[in-house]
Design a protein around this ligand. Structure first.
Ligand code: ZN
Length: 187
């Protein structure tokens, strides 16, 4: 961990959230162009940091999620480039902006971060879909067990299995609409 903990020094305007080898770089701004510029700047710093430590970014696992209100017009796709090294060393935003590096990160509508499915409008429907599938499976298994497992053991299984699944990330997805929460309550 000592190897990667100084990664947060790459941050100038964005927030870096590091958990084991999972890194999320969050850029928040009311103006989309400024948010993208800040993100690109910190991504460039991160790529340089990686180069110094002989680490490379896994493009297949790195994605962009643009979170905004459904009422806000999205100004096109977010383009974050993974610049080539000679370009990164120019240290000049205008040159970075007009360079010929072709690699851009893939933009997605839903991103799974630490087991929670975060969607672009924060309505949590994708996470609740997955949650309902898991809970249905658990309910079926509990139903099979109830004929030959004592009720106190059933209660332990319920807390160990169902409640732990339900509680995971509830601080985030628990703010979903009543209609979505109702889907879980109906199970
Ligand atoms: Zn470039």
């Amino acid at each position: 961990m000592c190897y990667v903990n100084d990664i947060i020094r790459c941050s100038s305007s964005c927030k870096f959230y590091l958990y084991a080898d999972d890194l999320a770089i969050v850029s928040v701004h009311k103006n989309q162009e400024d948010a993208v510029r800040n993100l690109q700047k910190d991504c460039n710093a991160f790529l340089l940091w990686g180069h110094d430590k002989a680490l490379t970014l896994n493009m297949n696992k790195t994605e962009i999620l643009h979170i905004t209100s459904p009422n806000v017009n999205r100004q096109g796709q977010i383009k974050i480039k993974t610049h080539y090294l000679d370009c990164l060393h120019k240290q000049d935003f205008e040159k970075w902006k007009n360079c010929n590096c072709l690699k851009t990160l893939k933009q997605v509508k839903v991103f799974k971060y630490l087991g929670v499915f975060i969607d672009e409008n924060l309505n949590w429907s994708n996470h609740i879909d997955v949650l309902c599938e898991k809970l249905c499976l658990c309910a079926m298994k509990l139903n099979d067990l109830k004929w030959f497992v004592p009720s106190e053991i059933m209660l332990q299984i319920y807390y160990g299995l169902i409640v732990s699944i339900l509680n995971y990330g509830i601080g985030a997805w628990g703010l979903a609409s009543d209609t979505l929460i109702q889907r879980i309550q109906n199970l």
